[in-house]
Design a binder for this molecule. Structure first.
Ligand code: 13P
Length: 125
């Protein structure tokens, strides 16, 4: 399955630790990410990640386009709720597309833990 990984700067450590912790699960799937998030995930975990542009430079929209084409199965998007983002419209658009296409989306560690359990279950079906 195709999984998108995205994190704002203050949430990157959380997401990277999470992916590293579940490396065996994520390694079983095709991973996509916005630019900086993808680079950091690869550095930490050694997993292969298809990287798009950095979020503020259009990466969120590139992942959104994949969602609109039915090419993304799960999205982990750790947003920073306490910092204004210059590309806030892109962030909103990506979250909206997940809702339009009913793509499971985790925006924080709590939901991510539940979602990864769901992915493991689907894997074993
Ligand atoms: O800004 C982002 C998502 O909105 C993330 O982009 P980067 O992974 O390039 O930092």
């Amino acid at each position: 399955m195709n999984i998108a990984l995205i994190a704002h700067d203050k949430k990157k450590d959380d997401l990277i630790e999470f992916v590293d912790l579940h490396k065996d699960v994520f390694g079983y799937h095709t991973l996509f990410a916005t630019g900086t998030t993808g680079t950091r995930v690869m550095e930490k975990t050694g997993l292969n990640v298809h990287r798009f542009q950095s979020g503020p430079l259009g990466g969120d929209q590139e992942i959104g386009a994949r969602i609109a084409r039915g090419e993304m199965d799960f999205v982990f998007f750790f947003r920073d709720p306490l910092t204004a983002q210059p590309h806030e419209p892109d962030v909103t658009a990506l979250v909206r597309l997940c809702d339009v296409y009913s793509v499971p989306l985790a925006t924080n560690l709590g939901t991510a833990r539940v979602l990864i359990d769901g992915i493991i279950e689907e894997q074993s079906e």
